[in-house]
Design a protein around this ligand. Structure first.
Ligand code: NAD
Length: 457
């Protein structure tokens, strides 16, 4: 058999996909895996979620969601065998979760969504992908499709996963004939309602033409448009271009904010006016630093890979330097603003509003608020925070309980720092009850009338 989608294994799998009878296992039920698992179950597939974190498996069993993009109601509905599909007739897909890999043996499709963090030395930590690949190799049935969705450096699918799946039980298995392997990057922006799993085009690259064809047919069941590319490497690089594009443009605008600060120009007015240009410009906004699991980390995967071929990824390095320096720049702004009021940083009460890495989510990963709090505390400030999404802050060396946002709390603070502009905040009220506000997000930019003492980035 050659590696075309007409091989026996491919036609068998394609038929199962067509009939929504393929058992799909999603490994890693986090921000990426759980919405994807729910999406396939909504489309009518039987879906098995696998996560080593028992607490998550138990939460799914109870029908309690822990990610913002999947409601508990959806989980409960998908767990119900008798659920009816949106067409009113076909039985709905069932979603269940387990903490072990035993049922990979029955799976027709295996999608990997495990973490890809940086290690202590800031090098890629691929241990989650490697251990998952080994588990799959121990159990994968002939004819199965394996798709990696975790963000990683170009080459991972073919260098780390493929060799594991080719040699099973002393026999050689051929990709594109005996099994199918592809990479498809997850592109969703958590919490976003306008671009979702269904309407965000899905890029996929397969190890062979048959692999990409089978993979594309699978995703076409849940996504309006699938974009096939030549290889897993291309698909891996697409994701890194997208996220490096964001990281470098954010760094550029952060540096513009610093330059505007030196020259006494309001960066926010500059961006507003620049974005009236109908072509050749795309607005990015400065802020207190980069956060989240993707933008600060993904470019480092690429930079690391390039080091192995003796190339220094200069844009990535410079962007990281500027972006990771922003909390320190903000701390300097706060110190200067307090100084203007004849107050030292030491002993001043500073209230941080919003600690999540972005608005309206409960995600603290890589949040610049953490570095800012450390820096302010290091200079002797009495730091408090409020975040409606994160009532308790327990992270490495920081253990704090959030305070309630009251008039009294605002009035007793020497400085209120806006870090994450959650929609629930009433900026007019915050400004009217605070003696000094440092606004890193231009949250107060739209307020009409007098705004007291507000220092912008
Ligand atoms: N969060 C995002 O917005 C986003 C967007 C695009 C891409 N990604 C990428 O997707 C991948 C997953 O990210 P995430 O945000 O969902 O991470 P997450 O930490 O929210 O979820 C990962 C899950 O995998 C589980 N897990 C870890 N090791 C496992 C193993 N060996 N077997 C089974 N489960 C295991 C963890 O318990 C966790 O529930 C990462 O590579 C990330 O870079 C994330």
């Amino acid at each position: 058999m050659t590696g075309t989608a007409t091989s026996l294994a491919a036609s068998g799998l394609l038929a199962k996909i067509e009939q929504r009878a393929a058992l799909i296992s999603v490994i890693g039920l986090g921000h990426v895996g759980l919405p994807l698992a729910a999406g396939f179950a909504e489309a009518g597939f039987p879906v098995l979620g696998i996560d080593t974190d028992r607490a998550k498996v138990e939460a799914i069993d109870r029908g309690e969601s822990y990610v913002s993009d999947v409601s508990s109601e959806t989980l409960r509905r998908l767990a119900d065998r008798a659920a009816v599909g949106s067409d009113g007739g076909r039985p709905g897909g069932r979603l269940s979760a387990v903490a072990d890999y035993e049922r990979l043996e029955e799976s027709d499709v295996i999608i990997v969504c495990v973490p890809t963090p940086l290690g202590k030395t800031k090098d890629p930590d691929l241990s989650f992908i490697v251990s998952t690949a080994e588990e799959i190799a121990r159990r994968m049935r002939r004819g199965a499709l394996v798709v990696l969705e975790s963000t990683t450096y170009p080459g991972t699918t073919e260098e780390l996963i493929l060799p594991n799946l080719q040699d099973l039980d002393g026999r050689r298995y051929e990709a594109g004939t005996d099994f199918f392997l592809a990479y498809s990057p997850e592109r969703l922006d958590p919490g976003r309602k306008d671009w979702t799993l269904g309407n965000t085009p899905k890029v996929i690259g397969g190890v062979t033409p048959a692999c990409v064809e089978v993979g594309a047919r699978l995703y076409e069941c849940v996504v309006d448009r699938v974009v096939p590319v030549d290889s897993p490497k291309v698909a891996e690089m697409v994701k890194l271009l997208e996220n490096t594009f964001r990281a470098t443009n954010i760094a550029l605008v952060n540096e513009f904010a610093i330059m505007c600060g030196r020259l006494g120009i309001d960066i926010w007015h500059v961006i507003e006016a620049a974005k009236t240009k109908p072509f050749g410009f795309m607005p990015f906004h400065p802020g207190p630093g980069l956060g989240g699991h993707c933008i600060p980390i993904d470019p480092q995967y690429l930079a690391w890979k390039l080091k192995t071929v003796n190339y220094n990824a200069r844009f990535i390095q410079l962007a990281a330097e500027i972006n990771f320096g922003m909390p320190s720049y903000v701390a300097g702004k706060i110190a200067h603003a307090l100084n203007e009021e004849s107050k030292p940083m030491r002993g001043s009460r500073i209230l941080v509003l919003g600690i999540a890495y972005k608005e309206d989510v409960a995600d603290l990963r890589e949040s610049p608020a953490l570095d800012l709090i450390r820096l302010l505390r290091g200079q002797g400030a009495d730091v408090a925070y409020n975040d409606p999404y994160i009532p308790l802050l327990r992270h490495d060396d920081i253990a704090m309980d959030g305070v309630s946002l009251t008039e009294e709390e605002l009035r007793r603070s020497d400085c209120v720092v806006i870090v994450t502009p959650h929609q629930g905040y009433d900026w007019r009220w915050v400004v009217d009850n605070s003696s000094l506000v440092v606004d890193t997000r231009n949250a107060t930019g739209g307020l009409a009338g007098p705004v007291g003492r507000v220092v912008k980035l």
